[in-house]
Design a protein around this ligand. Structure first.
Ligand code: MD6
Ligand code: FE
Length: 216
């Protein structure tokens, strides 16, 4: 009898198909997690986490920063990618090579060998934070997938259809899990439910999510 048989998460990487073009690579990033987190600390020292405003005037519960050539921003003027951090006016921090390498290898493992990320959105959820159902459609080239990396506390991902009305399925995402998302699934609605309180040995009371995109 091995304890792994009873663990909540598999100890080894496994792949699940969520829908055509969308794959869940469980534990794909676990071995790199400490290095990814130390890069997040360096990036957010230069481009601090902030709670952005939606065009409707609501303050987002998730805190965000970015790295790469393009960063995703929202304010009362709308959603967009821009090359400068609006807090400082400076270019976003460069995308670390371990970020780009991980994103490319996950995309490749999911059947997208040509993925070239030039934007990485860094989300930080604390207990009570969530992200409502949305489509990722601010990118110019929708033939490129998105690669999403979860670190720290688990959070339930909602994965819906191409219309908001389709009832989403719920998938718990744990530390090191990667979702790759493209092709006919690229515009599926998705979000995360409210983060529950907890403590993770590497991130404490929070979850980080990195989403890699080819923005423009
Ligand atoms: C999150 N993720 O997991 C939010 N978008 O915190 C996303 O919004 C997302 O995980 C596109 C593709 C994968 C994602
Ligand atoms: Fe998204």
């Amino acid at each position: 009898m091995t304890p792994d048989l009873f663990a909540d998460q598999p100890a080894e990487p496994t792949t699940e198909i969520l829908s055509e073009g969308a794959l869940l690579l469980r534990q794909f990033a676990t071995a790199k997690a400490q290095d990814l987190l130390s890069e997040i600390r360096q990036i957010t020292a230069a481009a601090p986490m902030r709670h952005m405003k939606t065009p409707g005037g609501h303050t987002m519960s998730v805190a965000m920063s970015c790295c790469g050539s393009w960063g995703w921003v929202t304010d009362t003027r709308g959603y967009r990618y821009q090359a400068e951090d609006p807090c400082s006016g400076a270019p976003w921090p460069a995308m670390p090579s371990i970020f780009a390498d991980l994103a490319r290898s996950a995309a490749c493992a999911a059947g997208y060998p040509d993925f070239t990320p030039n934007a990485c959105l860094i989300n930080c959820y604390e207990p009570g934070a969530k992200m409502g159902l949305h489509q990722d459609k601010d990118e110019r080239d929708l033939s490129q997938p998105i690669v999403s990396v979860s670190l720290g506390l688990p959070q339930v991902f909602q994965f819906g259809g191409l219309t908001r009305s389709e009832r989403p399925i719920k998938i718990p995402l744990g530390h090191g899990d990667v979702v790759v998302w493209g092709g006919p699934s690229r515009l599926r609605y998705h979000g995360v439910l409210t983060l529950k309180a907890g403590a993770h040995s590497l991130t404490g009371p929070r979850r980080y999510n990195l989403t890699f995109r080819c923005a423009r």
